[in-house]
Design a protein around this ligand. Structure first.
Ligand SMILES: Cc1cc2nc3c(=O)[nH]c(=O)nc-3n(C[C@H](O)[C@H](O)[C@H](O)COP(=O)(O)OP(=O)(O)OC[C@H]3O[C@@H](n4cnc5c(N)ncnc54)[C@H](O)[C@@H]3O)c2cc1C
Length: 457
């Protein structure tokens, strides 16, 4: 990294994207302040500012690699705390369309662990960086700019309890990582700029999550059982152990297009029973619930096209879910935030603060693939609005075939998981050898999928 680029950078939001950004900035700013509305230090469980943190989170291949590069030894620390990372396919029972994919050793680590645990350990690392300071329980209320609004010069913050009036934090650079509710679009408008246009894919998804203590471990040497939602089997589940060996598990159910997993205990159990993976119901039905089911609604994936703006103030960047919040069932958000932090580090390495346009264009190129992967898959559901080009229909037809073929062929499981893990581009699935294997293997007889209580599309 070059020598110092400035005296102070301020990061808005101390969640995962904010923590990654702060760690990168600390290498080139004398001081980095991270502002969040929540209490952060010592917090071990879910927090108000991150309501999605109550639901299943896994760090997929590319994300795991970047987190480990940035915070060497992080995986070992997580393991010491009882988290069990494992192979993204070889150690996870993946079910698509009611059939288990043939496990493959992908060499990619997956970290199924609760969101608060990942955040706590990453925050632990950033808290140790001497020039990073956390400003907790403060609301970010607005931006400070030069009189012509051409440059952001700081932020206005206010204590949550209103005990003091607004304060200004001056900054050479401000990075907004306040998540999907980011107010940068509104602030831009107030300052005389255009809001970014938005791409939306309305999936009307909900996660409902409950924790149990199970009398018998259903996982064996595996780390998770995942019923992936697909258009033919749209109800999904993420099921894995909580850190430690005390039999506690987390079960997140997912349902799209208004078919939301209920929060009443009977309805929740009935939804589990309707999954095309009976082993989850078998494991849960005699388990001891630890809490009540909690729901998180996710109406739409949203991509803000900052890279298309022709005017943008200097001294301000945006990252993480504030730029793009992906349909969470594909588990991409944390990995993409990590990739964006690499882009930031690469650009800062060139010894200047990247012009906003360069930064947004660079992260947009990184967002393209995961966004297309998720949006294309979502358009496989008839009820999701959007243009189904011939390409979208062809890809969805082919991927469904590939998933059927992967029930018999672990090289196809491997290829698919490397794409889902954001390590390979989706075009890797179209290599001639893979197309041939898909065509050959997808015609083979497969075990009949378990009957469904409900089928929607
Ligand atoms: C149900 C669900 C499941 C998911 N599962 C996965 C998964 O398996 N794998 C994966 O990689 N990703 C997953 N994601 C996505 C992942 O949670 C996010 O990509 C990740 O948390 C990074 O988000 P972020 O840091 O950009 O924003 P957030 O996590 O949304 O954090 C925003 C932060 O800003 C603070 N804040 C907001 N507004 C203000 C304000 N005005 N003043 C002060 N502070 C403020 C909040 O307190 C919070 O700390 C999932 C998302 C959802 C919804």
């Amino acid at each position: 990294m070059p020598d110092q680029l400035g005296n102070r950078a301020v990061v808005l939001g101390g969640s995962l994207a904010g923590l990654l950004a702060a760690d990168v900035l600390a290498e080139v700013y004398a001081e980095v302040l991270v502002v969040d509305r929540d209490e952060l230090a010592g917090v071990e469980g879910p927090r108000r500012g991150v309501p999605h943190g109550r639901h299943a989170h896994g760090l997929v291949g590319r994300g795991q690699q970047i987190f480990e590069e940035r915070f060497p030894g992080l995986m070992q620390e997580l393991e010491t705390a009882g988290v069990r990372p494992g192979d993204f396919s070889g150690d996870i029972r993946w079910y698509f369309n009611g059939m288990q994919l043939r496990p493959a050793q992908t060499g990619l680590l997956s970290v199924p662990c609760t969101r608060p645990v990942i955040e706590r350990f990453v925050r632990g690392r950033v808290e140790k960086v001497p020039n990073v300071r956390f400003i907790e329980q403060y609301d970010i209320v607005g931006l400070e700019t030069t009189p012509d609004a051409g440059r952001v010069t700081g932020v206005r913050i206010q204590t949550r309890d209103g005990s003091a009036g607004p304060e200004v934090l001056n900054a050479d650079l401000v990075i907004d990582t306040t998540g999907r509710g980011s107010r940068t679009p509104a602030w831009l408008e107030e300052l005389g700029y255009s809001r970014p246009s938005e791409d939306r894919v309305k999936v009307d998804l909900a996660y409902t999550t409950r924790h149990y203590r199970v009398p018998r471990d259903p996982f064996g040497s595996d780390i998770a059982i995942i019923a992936a939602a697909t258009p033919s089997h749209p109800r999904g589940a993420f099921y894995y152990r909580l850190p430690g060996d005390d039999g506690r598990v987390e079960l997140s159910l997912t349902g799209v297009l208004g078919d939301h997993p209920p929060t009443d205990p009977d309805g929740f159990l009935e939804f589990v029973r309707s999954l095309p993976v009976p082993e989850i119901y078998e494991s849960i039905r005699e388990a001891e619930p630890i809490d009540d089911p909690v729901m998180f609604r996710f109406p739409a994936s949203v991509r803000r096209r900052y890279e298309r703006l022709t005017r943008f103030p200097e001294g301000l960047l945006v990252m993480g879910d504030a730029v793009c919040s992906f349909n969470p069932v594909y588990a991409q958000g944390m990995a993409v935030a990590a990739i964006e932090s690499q882009v930031l580090a690469d650009q800062l390495r060139k010894a200047h603060v990247p012009p906003a346009r360069d930064f947004f264009q660079a992260i947009s190129r990184e967002i393209d693939s995961p966004w297309d992967f998720a949006a294309t898959a979502d358009l496989g559901y008839r009820g999701v609005e959007g243009r189904r080009t011939a390409k979208v229909r062809m890809i969805n037809g082919y991927v469904a075939r590939l998933q059927r073929a992967a029930v018999h062929d672990d090289s196809l499981t491997n290829a698919f998981m490397r794409v889902a893990g954001l390590v390979d581009e989706p075009t890797a699935l179209l290599r001639p050898g893979r197309v041939l294997r898909t065509l050959r293997q997808s015609g083979r007889r497969t075990p009949a999928p378990a009957p469904l209580a409900v089928v929607r599309d």
